[in-house]
Design a protein around this ligand. Sequence first.
Ligand SMILES: Cc1cc2nc3c(=O)[nH]c(=O)nc-3n(C[C@H](O)[C@H](O)[C@H](O)COP(=O)(O)O)c2cc1C
Ligand SMILES: CCCCC(=O)C(=O)O
Length: 388
Amino acid sequence: MAQSYGSYQEEIYLRALGGVLPEFPMEHGELEERARAALPPSVWSYVAGGAGDEQTQRANVDAFGRWGLMPRMFVGAKERDLPVELFGMRLPSPLLMAPIGVIGLCAQDGHGDLATARAAARTGVPMIASTLSADPMEDVAAALGDTPGFFQLYTPTDRDLAAHFVQRAKRAGFRGIVVTLDTWVTGWRPRDLSTGNFPQLRGHCLANYFGDPVFRAGLERAPEEDLGAAVLRWTQVFGAPLTWDDLPWLRSLTDLPLIVKGLCHPEDVRRARDGGVDGVYCSNHGGRQANGGLPALDVLPGVVEAAGGLPVLFDSGVRSGADAVKALALGASAVGIGRPYAYGLALGGTDGAVHVLRTLLAEADLIMAVDGYPTLADLVPEALRRVG
Ligand SMILES: Cc1cc2nc3c(=O)[nH]c(=O)nc-3n(C[C@H](O)[C@H](O)[C@H](O)COP(=O)(O)O)c2cc1C
Ligand SMILES: CCCCC(=O)C(=O)O
């Protein structure tokens, strides 16, 4: 049965009739401004900032403005059909929450990972839970309810720890493993270098490591007794600079769907597909890792073509329902929302994140209605035109 996300607009109209105005912002600019005011400055600059002078980060967003959907009339798109099949699961919509490592700090109580999982439980939008979490992955998975979750792996240099994370993720009930390839070392981030704010170096968001017996076995004293030594050990094990020779090992770690995140070059996509991954995730990490790069949306069509029918997840720069529709039309199987839901959490915890997701879905749904593209199958590249 088709689900009408546009009903969120009706809810808001009805509340307005009763004199109740929305508690949370209705568009991204205001969301950003209010999140900035709500978050401690160093957390704000960590989340909002990117690599270098943030040219790539801005280009990610601007790239959406170069495409427009061609409206079709007399379609009678009274009902829209947004559910997708992904890795054998039926999801209610093609949105995902992208992994955000310091999401814990975006919620006022420091438990943003749990708040995000609850937003996933309430909306059916899957959460991709980061390795860098303020709460252990088992607790995050438990808060997801019936909504599927994915575990995002930052591959440690210690292979036993990597394998143990993946085992724990499966046992906890995550339904897929997303291995992020573009962040084995942190990019050049001037805002954080100026504020001196590296949350992980203060032990934030390291719950998955600190509670892990394999990690603890590498320490002389427990993290609760010697935080400095535990953080130092974390810096040593955090990121393995993987090569193609490591892909068979990664593949051998799990029978869950394996998705590799950060792919942009078609040749890398072909090699990953040949190496047995179940999906590819086209992303430039929201411009946080390398400045001077191509906008993620511009590389998406090449990734889709090279993926040869494998699911392609996409993120980087999605700020509206219209953006999500364009990424879907360019071939994404599902679209990751990043900073916007973190800002929603900052403003209102789970309620704020739910609002952001419902807003994006309502706008996408209504665009599909108004422009006459009622199903996801209608969203094809030919539905778009270049602007200008
Ligand atoms: C504060 C922050 C932390 C992030 N942490 C992770 C992470 O732990 N793992 C990961 O794969 N990607 C991480 N990302 C990247 C996101 O998954 C996603 O690729 C990015 O946010 C997309 O760009 P956008 O938010 O500008 O749309 C992070 C992004 C932000 C903003
Ligand atoms: C070392 C990277 C930390 C989390 C992350 O992925 C990000 O801040 O973008």
